[in-house]
Design a protein. Structure first.
Lengths: 368, 289, 243
């Protein structure tokens, strides 16, 4: 099976027939709408079957990083831009809640203050980075976000008085969160709620415009949409969701260090989203489940086989193969099998370069 | 800050700038010609550093280390272009994604072979030490990197402006399709430029290692980020822009490192932000999208 | 027949631009492709050149199939291309633009260069000027000249008169008449006056299909055909543009 990228003119009909995408989704929903809820039900029943702390721990992490990866999918899968600084929102959320709780106390009010603060900071950072980079080529977003993320990582490293650098610091979380079962349920609710809200956003008129930008930016511009503003909205939403995931992560660990600002985390989000399936939202959770479960297993095996410590190598190779041959990822692959190819956002692969100059040598855009 | 310190910082800044330039010029050229933002470029820099360390440790010859690092860069660059990048020409997002995958794999391979920790890298004995002229102390190795960087910059400039290949590359940056329609196999040129850019990056890496005293698997991404700042400042696809951007970034880093080491990256990010505000396409960028 | 297209279909992405293009180009003649905007004229030339390879059908050069070959191979077989936007390399000098197209430095290439500079004396004065600094008409001359320095069997020229002042169009017409003694020309042209001044045969493309081909001077009499496919009513002035 060879990857097929959509032609330079993008995908026909998306704008020609308004609401077409929504119709497709609705059809998909009728076939599979039960499946996500079934998964939620199974996850909700999990504590009845297993009460191992390690399992809760792993499940918490899978769900939180799944939300983080899903926020990445808003950018990559639904807007067609690559960020290399997404961790900076995750890290900001984690540090905000950690610093506030450490200096005040484990009260619910302070937690809400941290949530409010995270949302505010995420919005400001998104606006600044977006304003600087989205006016230029898309690839600038990748480079500029990387630079800003490095800057934040260095601030976290050097501002030891507040962050204690790479050693990090622990803090007390509100008491009711200390019960692992309850915490697990709260994280599950958090994940379900963010999925519902992000789905709403994706299927809102704004989300539709984002998709049309992803498919054919020039045409969206031609139809009078302010492309930069819509991209900015996308980065705002993605940033806030990532920030919330960061809060959840810090609460789960009751500890933060510079690790929450490391570019590795962005790359993990990229891996999870791509492996699970971009432009699917659920794919992020599949990717998160797969990579985190595997890394958990592989790290315990690594004592005997040191090469397995480098489990990223395996995922890196898998990821390359997926980008080259199955741009829809795991979910896109199965959806493609069941419902025929070329319908979901995932099967269509990533948006083509918009500067037609670059695709000249392969098959340039026709002018007739 | 006395005269001596000033000269010393300037030399250090220029020398760092030159090594960043080796990385940034290839990155910029590859983007300009093929529209590929090569996220694995920093990994080739790192690979150059490690190759240099290994070859120098076994042979004791720094020249051999330089040459073999470049050869490794050339070879790996060529393979990467053939196996991955070539399959997704025309798709900017897929190119970033696939080269990021290559970055992950190369970094993990290096960690698997050499371990995740830093490896100390001595300055070759012949280039160790410094000259003192009054209060000015000139570090020999820094001057050496400056000289090599300048020679390479001039050579690449001549290659681009005086040779037929350079003509093809400059034309290809503008319109690769028309170059093909004139009977030139642009794919071959792409492979060549990609591999050549990789070799330059590897050369940057092998020279950087003794300058900072160590190699580590993260050196690729760190310097790649500086190279990104350079091409954003200088303008994507512009050779002259990369040169000027590298000098700016190198000097800004060196001077702030003296006054406030913590802020040295912040100054560069700020520099980038200012350029983006005033000239979104960089100092020498070519038009809009 | 030096060039033949048989039932060529070309898709760009999901769009079926060419659905059935069939025509033949006799050697040593100027064949004009006519049709409304969006009919598929440019894509036809690009399909011959291999820039938008046909999805189905055959393209024969001297009786040998060339469809599906990479553009540079098709170019080396002797197909020259002058695109609609001229695609003059603006960062290269006029001289470099011409040299880029020349493969070897043999005698015949130099002779062709001399010929080009004779046909377009404007270029001779501007050899060291950057391509970006030329006027629209000069760019067009350079684009044609660049195709001519190669030893081409067929020259594909896409709307050379577009955006040019009438005086430049006249210069162009004169140049094309000289050129057609040297090589076979396939010309896409909406300026019917220019087309009929230099052309001998015509092909009409409409909505991705070839609908008519024949001798150009016969077409000039067929007002019904002109009106139907080209939107030209010759009574309203002969320089009417289609589309």
């Amino acid at each position: 099976m060879r990857a097929e990228w959509p032609g330079p003119s993008g995908w026909r009909g998306l704008l020609g027939r308004p609401g077409h995408y929504g119709w497709q989704e609705a059809k998909g929903l009728s076939l599979a709408s039960g499946l996500p809820w079934l998964v939620v039900l199974i996850l909700a029943a999990l504590p009845l079957l297993i009460s191992s702390y390690a399992v809760f721990n792993l499940m918490d992490q899978i769900l939180i990083l799944g939300v983080f990866a899903m926020s990445y999918d808003i950018l990559l899968g639904y807007t067609g831009i690559v960020s290399f600084g997404h961790v900076l929102f995750f890290g900001t959320g984690a540090y905000t809640v950690a610093i506030i709780l450490k200096h005040t106390g484990p009260g619910l009010g302070f937690l809400l203050l941290a949530v409010f603060g995270t949302v505010l900071i995420s919005l400001v950072i998104s606006l600044v980075i977006g304003y600087l980079s989205l006016r230029v080529k898309d690839v600038y977003y990748a480079m500029i976000t990387l630079a800003f993320a490095e800057l934040f990582a260095i601030i976290a490293e050097k501002w030891r008085a507040v962050t204690n650098g790479s050693d990090g610091f622990s803090f007390s979380i509100p008491h009711f969160l200390e019960d692992p079962t309850l915490f697990y349920y709260l994280i599950l609710v958090f994940a379900v709620l963010t999925v519902i809200l992000v789905r709403r956003f994706i299927h809102s008129p704004t989300g539709r415009v984002l998709l049309s930008i992803r498919e054919n930016e020039k045409r969206a511009e031609f139809l009078g949409y302010n492309v930069i503003r819509f991209k900015l909205i996308s980065t705002l939403v993605a940033g806030v969701v990532a920030g919330l995931a960061g809060i959840a992560w810090a609460l789960q660990q009751a500890f933060v260090s510079t690790g929450v600002m490391a570019t590795d985390k962005t790359i993990d989000a990229l891996l999870m989203t791509t492996i699970g399936g971009t432009g699917t939202l659920y794919g992020a959770f599949i990717g998160s489940g797969l990579t985190n479960f595997a890394s958990d297993r592989l790290s315990s095996l690594a004592e005997h086989y040191p090469l397995l410590q480098r489990w990223h190598l395996i995922f890196g190779l898998l990821y390359i193969l997926i980008v080259l041959f199955f741009p829809g990822g795991i979910l896109g692959f199965f959806r493609g099998k069941r419902w025929g190819r070329g319908h979901g956002a995932a099967e269509r692969g990533y948006r083509r370069v918009k500067g037609e100059r670059a695709d000249g040598p392969v098959n340039g855009g026709g002018k007739d | 800050m006395g005269m001596g310190t000033f000269v010393n910082l300037t030399v250090n800044g220029l020398s760092t700038g030159m090594m960043i330039f080796l990385l940034a010029s290839g990155l910029s050229l590859i983007f300009g010609l093929m529209g590929v933002l090569n996220f694995a470029h920093g990994s080739l820099f790192m690979l150059g550093g490690y190759t240099g360390v290994v070859v120098f440790a076994h042979s004791g010859s720094f020249i051999l280390a330089l040459v073999s690092a470049m050869l490794v860069g050339l070879l790996v660059g060529w393979v990467v272009e053939r196996l991955t990048v070539r399959r997704v020409y025309g798709n900017a997002i897929a190119q970033i994604l696939v080269t990021t995958g290559v970055m992950i794999v190369l970094n993990e391979l290096v960690k698997a072979v050499f371990g995740p920790d830093i490896i100390a890298t001595p300055v070759p004995p012949l280039l160790a030490g410094s000259w003192a002229i009054g209060s000015v102390i000139l570090i020999k190795y820094r001057l050496f990197t400056l000289a090599v960087g300048l020679v390479v910059a001039v050579a690449v400039h001549l290659l681009l402006t005086k040779t037929r290949l350079g003509m093809v590359v400059r034309a290809g940056v503008e319109n690769p399709e028309m170059v093909q329609a004139l009977g030139i196999n642009i794919r071959q040129v792409f492979s060549l430029v990609f591999a050549f850019g990789a070799a330059l990056a590897a050369l940057g890496g092998v020279m950087m290692a003794p300058a900072v005293g160590a190699v580590n698997p993260d050196m690729g991404l760190q310097n790649q980020m500086l190279a990104f700042i350079v091409v954003v400042i200088g303008g994507m696809g512009s050779f002259l822009g990369s040169a000027l951007g590298s000098i700016l970034v190198g000097l800004a880093g060196a001077y702030t490192a003296w006054f406030l080491p913590e802020a040295s990256l912040a100054v560069n990010v700020l520099l980038m932000a200012v350029v983006l505000l005033l000239r979104p396409n960089g100092l020498f960028g070519m038009g809009g999208e | 027949m030096i060039l033949e297209l048989k039932q060529v279909k070309t898709h760009i992405g999901q769009f079926r631009i060419l659905q059935d293009i069939t025509f033949a180009v006799p050697e040593g003649k100027v064949t004009v492709i006519l049709g409304r905007n969006g009919a598929g004229k440019t894509t036809t030339l690009r399909s011959i050149m291999g820039l938008t390879p046909p999805t189905e059908g055959e393209i024969l050069l001297d009786g040998k199939r060339i469809e599906g070959l990479p553009p540079h191979v098709i170019a080396r077989k002797g197909v020259g291309f002058v695109p609609e936007d001229q695609a003059v390399f603006s960062a290269l000098t006029v001289n470099e633009n011409l040299r880029l197209a020349m493969r070897g430095r043999d005698q015949s290439a130099e002779e062709r260069l001399t010929f080009v500079l004779d046909v377009f004396p404007d270029l001779k004065e501007k050899l060291s000027r950057k391509g970006g600094g030329l006027s629209g008409g000069q760019k067009q001359m350079l684009a044609i000249g660049r195709a001519l320095v190669r030893d081409n069997r067929v020259l594909l020229v896409d709307e050379p008169s577009k955006g040019l002042a009438p005086i430049m169009v006249e210069k162009l017409a004169r140049a094309l008449r000289v050129i057609k003694d040297q090589t076979t020309v396939v010309l896409v042209e909406q300026n019917f006056a220019l087309a009929s001044a230099v052309g001998e045969r015509y092909v009409i493309i409409d909505d991705g299909h070839t609908v008519r081909e024949g001798i150009l001077c016969e077409l000039e009499q067929d007002r019904e055909l002109l009106r139907r496919y080209l939107g030209i009513s010759p009574a309203n002035g002969e320089r009417g543009r289609a589309g």
